[in-house]
Design a protein around this ligand. Structure first.
Ligand SMILES: C[S@@+](CC[C@H](N)C(=O)[O-])C[C@H]1O[C@@H](n2cnc3c(N)ncnc32)[C@H](O)[C@@H]1O
Length: 285
């Protein structure tokens, strides 16, 4: 598992990295190279992610200069890759930003955990401390590009100095090096049964934002640790959280017995009579 700390910043020039270490941790702490990777104003010491290490290896690879790859051109390519990944993710421009803004209005949160995020960095436009988890190599590369991530934050009016973006390159089914009961909000969108594996990291009193694809909303609906506390409706380009008439949601269209086994078997969501974009559950136990 790799932990990439894209933006670990503080007003001080050194940062505490001890708690971030985990078995199999293959990043290292280093002094930022004199290169385009280090954003101006960032601390002198920072965590060099595995992606950065790979990029540095590319720079050092024999013949890289002969092939015409200056360090500038490699860093430019990294930045272009990040921009491309984001523009694909954000193809409905600003859609996720609007979604998370609406959720933030309904749910108090500072710390957010987003397993199966891929490159959906929009929660960091809204919340100050977000931890992303994904197995995909491209997500690791994306979050490892500190300059590129900074650029996206700034473009979305989030001050990089005020936002901590942490990325864990790994499987959320595995034990993550995160304290139990420490997050205010758990996000589960189109990424499997996140709540089954990651609720342990959510505070009692914290919230789960979940959509019905892959059955995770159905799983939360039968999990005694959760109570439905809201739904997120989308109309056109807008999202709005509602807390009224909650008993009219999560009513299956067909008479079925929703069980954990059924959700594991099908890997699909349950068809309900009403289809909000997502549900908000509160962890009550
Ligand atoms: C369809 S994408 C959704 C991405 C993002 N949540 C969104 O809504 O745009 C699903 C992502 O979940 C990740 N994923 C699925 N199962 C995972 C697991 N067990 N651990 C970590 N990542 C996982 C995949 O690698 C993929 O990037």
């Amino acid at each position: 598992m790799t932990v990439t700390l894209g933006l670990l910043r503080s007003q001080a020039s050194t940062v505490t990295l001890g708690p971030l270490r985990s078995p199999g941790f293959d990043s290292h702490i280093g002094t930022a190279p004199q290169s385009g990777l280090r954003p101006s104003g960032s601390p002198a010491r920072w965590l060099v992610s595995s992606v950065d290490t790979a990029t540095l290896a590319l720079l050092r690879s024999p013949g890289s200069e002969k092939r015409g790859r200056s360090s500038g051109s490699i860093f430019k390519r990294v930045l272009e890759r990040t921009r491309k990944l984001w523009s694909k993710q954000d193809q409905h421009t600003g859609d996720r930003h609007r979604l998370f803004r609406a959720v933030a209005e309904a749910v108090p949160a500072t710390t957010v955990l987003y397993p199966g995020s891929f490159v959906d960095i929009a929660p960091s436009f809204v919340w100050p401390a977000v931890t992303y988890v994904d197995v995909d190599k491209r997500a690791n590369q994306f979050f490892g590009d500190i300059e590129g991530v900074d650029e996206l934050l700034v473009a979305n009016e989030a001050d990089p100095l005020q936002h901590t973006v942490r990325f864990i390159h790994g499987d959320y089914d595995d034990e993550l090096d995160l304290p139990a009961g420490s997050f205010d909000l758990l996000v589960s969108l189109y990424a499997g049964l996140v709540s089954e594996h990651c609720t342990r990291y959510l505070k009692v009193g914290g919230h789960l934002l979940v959509n019905s694809s892959h059955g995770d909303a159905a799983l939360a609906s039968i999990d005694p640790r959760f109570e439905l506390s809201g739904v997120v409706i989308n109309g056109g380009a807008h999202y709005r959280a509602r807390t009224d008439e909650l008993d009219t949601y999560l009513v299956p269209k067909r008479d079925i017995d929703i069980t954990v086994d059924l959700l594991h078997e099908t890997g699909r969501g349950v068809a309900y009579t009403k289809s909000p974009f997502a549900y908000i559950f509160q962890r009550v136990a």
